[in-house]
Write a protein that binds this ligand. Structure first.
Ligand code: ZN
Length: 176
């Protein structure tokens, strides 16, 4: 059985049982079935991915735009004064589902949700070592994956051109 067949959220997406607030060809946003607070929204790719590393760059870029727009809507609808935009990436990061998702949580002053953390101190050597390692690892960033055009669209384009050409040919034939 594929991961997709075992996925609660693929089921919700396909069965259209979720409280969907927005969807397009690639993504869907709905109220979380297990909300952390009132108005907790989850934004997911329609295709099954478990962790962020698996999500293609072009899809991640698309999802980021959707998340931003929904966050703006949350400010309006809930008169929120903030949003937390959160990805629990991996079991040790608190991921409870096997479908990749971005959480949007509306926030207000004194809403009782605790996302505060106390910063820790590291010495200069510890900081520089990790800085150098990360810089090296990140040096290759920039060659982003682009979406391939679907063959079906290409066919439609060709048909469109064919029609236009036929029209032109007909027009030409009318000329005596
Ligand atoms: Zn899934």
């Amino acid at each position: 059985m594929s991961q997709e067949n075992n996925c609660e959220f693929c089921d919700i997406i396909k069965s259209k049982k979720g409280k969907v607030i927005f969807e397009d060809e690639k993504s869907v946003a709905m109220l979380s079935p297990r909300p952390f607070c009132h108005g907790h929204i989850i934004v997911m790719p329609k295709q099954h991915f478990t962790i962020i590393e698996q999500v293609p760059d072009y899809l991640m870029a698309h999802l980021s735009k959707i998340v931003n727009k929904i966050s703006i809507a949350v400010f309006e609808v809930f008169q929120a004064t903030g949003t937390n935009i959160l990805i629990n990436n991996g079991i040790n990061a608190g991921q409870k589902t096997n479908h990749f998702m971005v959480n949007i949580l509306p926030r207000k002053e004194n809403d009782g949700l605790d996302f505060q953390w106390n910063s820790k101190q590291f010495n200069e050597e510890q900081m520089s070592t990790i800085e150098i390692k990360l810089k090296e690892e990140c040096s290759g960033i920039g060659d982003f994956e682009k979406e391939n055009r679907k063959p079906i669209n290409a066919d439609k384009e060709i048909q469109k051109i064919d029609k236009e050409e036929n029209y032109l040919v007909k027009q030409l034939n009318r000329i005596p």
